[in-house]
Design a protein around this ligand. Structure first.
Ligand SMILES: [Zn+2]
Length: 79
């Protein structure tokens, strides 16, 4: 939808770290998930849906923390 504004929005002064991507790069959230998936495909423990090794658990927690951080950023920016 194309709504006219009386004043243009302020220029973006900073890019949110958790959401920023460069051209051809994964966002930090996507990269964390890719790291977890790459590990899980190669790890016998993590391939089983009911178990996870310590390394896989750490990668999963890192992904969840980045996801939570990204959601917090979006919530802060929209309030
Ligand atoms: Zn594993």
């Amino acid at each position: 939808m194309d709504e006219r504004r009386d004043t243009p929005p302020p220029p973006e002064t900073r890019r949110p770290a958790a959401l920023a991507t460069g051209l051809g790069q994964l966002s930090p959230v996507q990269q964390a998930y890719a790291d977890y998936v790459e590990h899980a495909h190669r790890c016998d423990d993590c391939r089983d849906i009911d178990s996870r090794c310590m390394a896989g658990d750490g990668l999963w927690r890192a992904y969840r923390e980045r996801t939570d951080g990204a959601y917090r950023q979006l919530a802060d920016e929209s309030s």
